[in-house]
Design a protein around this ligand. Structure first.
Ligand SMILES: Nc1nc2c(ncn2[C@@H]2O[C@H](COP(=O)(O)OP(=O)(O)O)[C@@H](O)[C@H]2O)c(=O)[nH]1
Ligand SMILES: [Mg+2]
Length: 305
């Protein structure tokens, strides 16, 4: 709570690894959270999200703010390379006590990746960092879930994707409050912007503030002031109500996740004990029982008690 980055790093490890004391920590800081603006950056791998984060950190530092970054990158589960890349790209902030960068493991979180990320964001928020940038690859439902309820969501695209825009349309384009066309130094930015505008025109009926379309060249630091300004503008007049709605949504999602996980554990403990679980799983795998009947049977056992 005093902003000690080493204490923060330790707290995050305790929570991520679900070591003893994790819940006490989260309960203890919760009343001190909700201050930080959470800025989500999502988009295809290689679109320049980490490079943009790095430049945004620089910009927010220039405003005198303490900045947190959470990098969620599933490819790291296979290679480790992506996380290393993020670290190297942001290494120049490593000596800055007012910048806190954390890479998240993307698998093996009880209650899901989005909830684990929310817990980590809470800790960084409680330590006084604001804003907190959350970078995630915009592929897969889990990853979209991570940023969907951020206070402002920037979707990062790059020129030359051609018809790919159709392919990624499902899911991430809908959650954009802001489009960032990064790598605007490459040919095709005009075409991409035209496609985006066309798409937004088609969906114009949906009553929400129309996402701005901005261009950046992250590697040269161009256009980043406009991104910060765009985020600020969104969070201002038009975004205030949506921000409150998002926060309610995030709160509900968190309650659901925690309750589901606990209810599941409670049911299993009361009906199967320690090792009955695997047996039921085997039966389903062997097609001896369907998962619906298996679940019903467990609930029935509860009712009998
Ligand atoms: N030409 C060009 N390359 C860029 C730009 N921004 C990032 N890159 C490069 O694109 C690659 C992927 O960037 P990275 O930030 O790791 O993308 P991420 O996977 O979305 O986090 C790196 O080699 C960057 O140097 C840009 O504006 N223009
Ligand atoms: Mg990255």
């Amino acid at each position: 709570l005093h902003g000690d980055v080493r204490a923060l790093a330790r707290a995050i490890s305790v929570v991520e690894e679900q070591r003893p004391g994790a819940l006490e920590l989260l309960r203890g800081v919760f009343g001190r959270t909700g201050t930080a603006t959470v800025i989500g950056l999502t988009g295809p791998p290689g679109s320049g999200k980490s490079s943009l984060c790095d430049r945004l950190v620089e910009g927010y530092r220039g405003e005198g703010r303490r900045v947190g970054v959470v990098a969620v990158d599933p490819s790291s589960a296979f290679s480790g390379g992506a996380i290393l890349g993020d670290r190297i790209r942001m290494l120049r902030h490593a000596q800055d006590e007012n910048v806190f960068i954390r890479s998240m493991a993307t698998r093996g979180h009880l209650g899901g990746l989005a909830q684990a990320t929310n817990d980590v964001v809470d800790l960084i928020d409680a330590a006084g960092f604001d804003p907190v940038l959350v970078e995630t690859v915009g592929v897969g439902q889990d990853e979209i879930e991570v940023v969907r309820t951020a206070d402002v969501v920037a979707v990062v695209l790059v020129p030359g994707m051609g018809d790919d825009i159709q392919a990624i349309k499902a899911g991430i384009l809908e959650i954009a409050d802001l489009f960032v066309i990064n790598k605007a130094d490459l040919p095709g930015a005009d075409k991409l912007e035209a496609e985006l505008r066309y798409m937004l025109d088609l969906g114009a009926a949906t009553a929400r503030p129309r996402p701005a379309i901005l261009r950046t060249v992250a590697v040269r630091g161009e256009g980043l002031d406009a991104v910060r300004e765009g985020a600020r503008a969104f969070l201002g007049s038009a975004g205030r109500e949506r921000r409150a709605a998002r926060r309610r949504e995030r709160a509900e999602a968190r309650l659901r996740a925690v309750l589901s996980e606990r209810a599941l554990r409670w049911v299993v403990a009361r009906t199967l004990g320690g090792d009955g679980w695997d047996g039921v799983v085997e039966q389903i795998a062997a097609r001896k029982v369907d998962p619906y009947s298996a679940a019903d049977k467990l609930i029935e056992r509860l009712e009998v008690q």
